[in-house]
Structures are given as structure tokens and as C-alpha cells.
Design a protein around this ligand. Sequence first.
Ligand code: SF4
Length: 679
Amino acid sequence: MTLTRTTCPYCGVGCGVLAGADGTIQGDPKHPANFGRLCSKGSALGETIDLSGRLLSPKVDGQTTDWDTALDRVARAFSDAIAEHGPDSVAFYVSGQILTEDYYVANKLMKGYIGSANIDTNSRLCMASSVAGHKRAFGTDTVPGTYEDLEEADLIVLVGSNLAWCHPVLHQRIAAAKAARPEMRVINVDPRRTATTDLADVHLRILPDGDAALFNGLLAHLDSTGAVDRAYVDAHVNGFDAALAQAQAEDPTASGLSAEDLAAFYAEWTGTQKVVTVYSQGVNQSSCGTDKVNAILNCHLATGRIGTPGCGPFSVTGQPNAMGGREVGGLANMLANHLDLENADHRACVQTAWDSPTMADHAGLKAVDLFQACADGRIKALWVMSTNPAVSLPDSDGVAAAIAKVPFVAVTDIMENTDTGDLAHVLLPAAGWGEKDGTVTNSERRISRQRAFLPVPGDARPDWKIICDVAARMGWADAFDFETPEAVFAEYVALSKAAEPFARDLDLSVFEGVDYAGLEPTQWPANDRRFFADGAFYHADGKAKMLPVVAPQPRNQGLRLNTGRNRDQWHTMTRTGKAPRLGAHLAEPYLEVHPDDAARAEVTVGDLVRVSSGRGDAILRVLVTDRVAPGQPFAPMHWTRQLTSRSTVNSLVTSTVDPISGQPALKGAGVVIERFTAA
Ligand code: SF4
């Protein structure tokens, strides 16, 4: 059996996979993300590639049809809406699952040809606060870390990150490094005790959103103990005094930690030069997520612990191509190559490169706002690509109702029946993992190839091709006459050359004229340069910026629902739900409840409870465990309405977002629980 070198389609670690058409799956020993390792999800990929449930032909109004009919309908609906109501009356909602080439053409169509920036992505749900925090601190959205930094660090602080379940191979790399170098220390900052905590030397059980107070306190401690690198700050950082003054005004015990635990943590962080602070959804998915990111970045900037091996802040991305989407401007407030949509010079640069007739000149609707615009009638035509917002967004019942109100909805997906696809007027069958070619970028900015090793089933087509086919029917055939994903990638690389005066470090010159078919996993910036090693940042004066962060006050709101992921499932289980061994880990929707809360609700292990929030209610099986703190039950978000015939967990969550990033606060819904007895 010939095995094809490709990349895992699940998390942002971006592991290399050797895959065969007979379902053989092996870790790629040569891939620098995983060196042959795979986690449970990656290992089971071979069990998910059958065609059961697949959408194999286009459908219009529920009837199977041919591509011309379906594409004509989509193009006409979008053209008519734009002609009648203007470009901002239409929207695309895309996904960190699609490949960079798909993302690129979708952005080009919406921003450069339709002339709106109403294209946002489910990556808004996973890393938008990090993007905004990076831009505020560094002047660009730059993730400075590498996986090797984690292995070289003497202290790893994992904040709001269940790496063991959500980035398992990265967790394995840390575990191996710690086994080889027992003096390496790991501190886990999390309101929950998770599988990740098992690896940690210390668990700091903060209150929800207590991380802002924790890191503000660290900044004040660094100053009071003379640990601030004054020379570094003077040369390379603005905003120190204001950030410090605010930090000094805060009470670090608002984090929920005792004075003793705080003192020990601060002493260890201060006394260790090689510190990497890894953070993920516990930081990002919050109404103050961007501030929490900046509270972490402040401490690294104040000590110059950034830009050197084994050092720095490191935001790990959730999805396989969240980073690739960022690179090609996949968010409603960005342009390709990390250019700024609201900067006239940047817009002119991209418009010239695209030779486009128009250009969006203001930010589009971010995810939550986009579906609110569907609800209130502003969006007349919506195209959802390879994601399931009727399950994954907060207030997901409200989102489903909003989609149902849109006069025209197209959905591209690999599956015939999804909660979102069931609301579509036109269903477009997408080629899936293993059936199409393109590139993805992982959490450490490494661009890898996804390669086809299976025939494309039925009438399915790759996303980039479907988008180009619609663009051609809307009158822009010449600008979208790409024959291959390689041609799309070449245009993206060429655009990066044009953008060089504005984005010098998104340097893709290493990809010029590259052998796309044989492309090896390659990190940017090119030539092994390390971001910020020279102390040069991207604000106009070349300096970084520290931000004053006001820590939120601890809230007492009864039960506060924390949502997240299971080890063996991915998003809404479209693929992982097919593998019996993955289902065996945690087989049904559940709620982890502290014994005190279980006693108060008079429920015990195995009981069913109704979890209600005033927006929806979900029926979940009770797990009683002290892994969660009192008042902080936890539920995974994977199960759909189709699987349970009930509301989804995310239907319980409000649409509250971080005001800067627009990222939803998916971890803080006020809920009540009561025993449920089936009628
Ligand atoms: Fe796939 Fe992530 Fe597991 Fe690697 S760690 S095999 S990328 S799910």
C-alpha cells in the first residue's frame, strides 16, 4: 500500500500523517510537529473516511440536482441581493477546517469583488482574542513561539488550556521533555482539574477569569522585586508605567488563589529565565479575553522573555487551519498577509495585486454579529462553508432560528444532514479530508500540505473550486480562473511579495517557485529567523506596547457553566462520530458537577439533569466529580440536536462577546440544574 504524506485535519498541532486508501494511518516520522506521534483522534482517521452520510450531489430545495443548476442559483441569489440591497447584505461564514487556498479565494471574492468584508470564520470562536491581543502588543498578529520552545523551557505555564485532550501531541512532547529533564517544571492554571493537570507540578485553581488578576499581580511582583528588565523596556516597550500602575491597583487574590499560592507562583516565574506561557480557550473565550491575553504578554515584555529559545508567550490555535486563515485575511476585520482592512495603503496594495473592481473599506460583521444581522433581516444571502454554526455558536438555538430567516442560504459540507445544512436552500457537496489538495498552517506557523489519497466521491468538489465557479457566474471569471490549488497558492505567495513594505515578516519568499506537490512542512518567517529576537516590533516606532488591564471582579452568579471539548471528539462529531472506538471514551452528553452542587440538586452519578439558562435547555447525564469546583459545572459541546433531539450545550450560552475581539464568552453561562425524568 502506497502511503501519502498529508496532515491531520483536526487540531492546530498540525501533525503529519501517512495515509493509505485502505484506511492505513500512521504518524509521519519526518514531520516536525509530531515526529511520528498521533493522538487518539488522529490514529482513528482511517475509520472516518467511509461514505456513510456523505453529501454526494448538489441539492436545491431538497432535490438532488446538477452543479450548473445549483451554482446558477447561488450566484443569482447573491447577485440579486447585492444589486437590490448592496454588498453588505450578503455574508460568508467559513471555517478553520478549510484549506488556505479555499480561504484565499473566499476572501478575494467577498472583499475584492463583492466589496464587503462580511466574511467571518468559526476561528473567531477559538483565537480572535489572541489576534487582538497580539495586534495591541506587537503591532501585528504574530505568534512568536515554536514547539521547540516548549521542550527547551525550564518552566511551562499552561493557562486555560487542557492540552492533554485538545492538543494531545503537543502535550506528549512536553511530557517527553519533562521525563528527559525532570527539573523542567509545569504549572497548570485552570479552574478545572483536567488530564493536563496530571503532568503539572502545581495546579493553580483560579476563579473563572481570575487570570487577569493573576498576571496583573505578577507584573506588580516583577516590579517590586527588581525583576523588570529596565534596559529592555526602555529600548523596546511603550506603556510600561500605565500597565504597572493598573496592575499595582489590583488585588491578586481576586484570582481566587491564596496569598501563599500567589507568592510561590510569582517567585518561580520571576526566578526562571526560560518561561513559556501557553494559553488557549480558557483565556480567549471570555468577555475580557483580549485583556487577559495582554496581561500575559505584559509580563513577558516587562522581562524581555520573548524572542529567545525556550521563552515567550504562546497562544495555541484550536483548529487545523486557524493560522492559515489568519494569514490570508480570514477574519472580517483583516486583509490577506496580515494587512489591515481599515488602512487605505494596505487596501490599495491588495486591490492592485488583485486587480479588483472594488474593495471593502470597513470591517465586516464578526461571527456573533453576523448571525444577529441574519436574525434582524439585514442579511439577504448567506453562504456557510464547512462548519455548523447552528450547533457551535453561543445561543445556538437562536442562531438556527436566525439562519432560518435568511431569504437565501447556501451550505457547503461533506455531510448530507447537519443542523445547519438542514436550513439551506442549496447544499453543495464538498470534497473532504483525503480527497483534496492544499495547505494548512499550524500553531507554530508551519505550512504543511494536505494531499489527496482517495478518489473524490460522487459529484463533490473542493471548496476553492466551488467558490471560483460561483465567482465566475457572478461575472468575475478571469480573476477566479484558477485551475489548481497550486495556482491559488502561487497567487497568495505573489501577494505576500507585494505586501512586503507593510508586512515584512510574513515572508513567504521561501515558497516562491516551490515544488508544491513535494512541499515539505515549512515554517515562516523564512531562513530560521525568530520573531522579536532583535527587539523590533511592528508598531510605527518599532516598539511593543504594554496595556493597562482592569481585572474583572469575581462574580457570584450561582452555577456558571464551563463548556469545552472531549479527548476523542472533534467539534460537532461529523467525522469523529463515525469511529466506534472514539465514541467509547465518553459515549453521551454529560455534565460534570461538584458533589456539593449534586447534593443541592439532589442528583447523583448517572442521573439525567435538565440544564437551563433561559435560552435553551439540554438534557445531560450527571458525572459527580471534584475535578470541577463548586458552582462551576462543565459540559462538552459536541453533541448536536440531530444526535440528541434536544437543545445543544451551546444553546445555553449567551451571545456575550469580548468587546475588542468579538470572541464569544463560551465559558460563562449562568445555569440552573434539576433532575430530569423522561415522560
Ligand atoms: Fe491530529 Fe491534533 Fe491529534 Fe495531532 S494532536 S493527531 S493534529 S488531533
